[in-house]
Design a protein around this ligand. Structure first.
Ligand code: URA
Length: 252
């Protein structure tokens, strides 16, 4: 009877976990009776009940920022100054440099600040940002333990996509942030970020789900959280990508 209660609690914890990620149904894969027989013959630890949290805490890796990295980022911010290098400077309120732990093992790179980010001068603080923060936490990190940046640092008018000349002008800065932080894994959020960092025109739907390399660092492209707000059913795919990232961090 005691075990029955534990199983029920485990199931409840798993359901709460998925619900808190915003899912309204479970990704149940149909298993044939043949597959079931083969699987159950294997002595497989995966049958041990695992709550999401125990999985996440084992993959959590953090390290402390060195003063050097902090200083190098501050120097870079100073170099950017009151940037007028491209036309985005005309309509922006603030430059959104990026934020987080300079010694982060995990770095997220989005596309460009939106309205709320432009006002607060902080990346991913609007609705998409709230979803990203939840994902980061479900991966076992606090938001301030990772680093979050964007391909371009100023808000494009009406939230349009950044144009090629704007990306070209701003790109050296996120490249330098990556060099300074030197994370163990990068997650690129959305088409623009993935295509820019990988140097391809392949659609994000084909890029996501597998690792690429960016200057020797494993890079996992995934969907942008703003896309997920419009297409919540694809949250599963992002969660799969996040799990691959957590596995990779465990290996490192
Ligand atoms: N979308 C992005 O790509 N970056 C942000 O900082 C906010 C929304």
């Amino acid at each position: 009877m005691g075990r029955t209660v534990n199983i029920a609690e485990d199931i409840k914890a798993v359901l709460h976990f998925y619900q808190s990620l915003g899912f309204d149904r479970l990704p149940i894969k149909t298993v044939t009776s043949k597959e079931l027989r083969v699987t159950s013959k294997k002595k497989n630890k995966s049958f041990e009940p695992r709550t999401p949290n125990s999985e996440l805490s084992s993959s959590r890796v953090t390290r402390h920022a060195s003063r050097d990295k902090e200083a190098a980022l501050a120097a870079l911010r100073e170099e950017i100054g009151d940037c007028q290098r491209c036309k985005l400077s005309k309509g922006r309120k603030n430059i959104v440099f990026g934020e987080g732990n300079p010694g982060a093992v995990l770095m997220f790179i989005g596309e460009a600040p939106g309205r709320e980010e432009d006002i607060q001068a902080r990346p991913f603080v609007g609705d998409a940002g709230k979803l990203l923060t939840r994902l980061i936490e479900k991966m076992g990190f606090k938001r301030e333990e990772v680093y979050i940046g964007n391909i371009v640092k100023c808000r494009p008018p009406q939230n349009r996509e950044p144009e090629e000349d704007e990306i070209r002008t701003c790109l050296p800065f996120i490249q330098r942030q990556v060099e300074i932080i030197s994370p163990k894994v990068i997650v690129s959020l959305g088409r623009i970020s993935a295509q820019t960092l990988i140097g391809t025109k392949t659609p994000i739907s084909r890029l996501r789900g597998g690792f690429y390399e960016y200057k020797g660092i494993p890079l996992m492209p995934t969907f942008h959280p703003a896309y997920l707000l419009r297409n919540p059913k694809d949250k599963w795919l992002v969660w799969e990508d996040a799990q691959r990232v957590m596995e990779r961090l465990k290996d490192k």
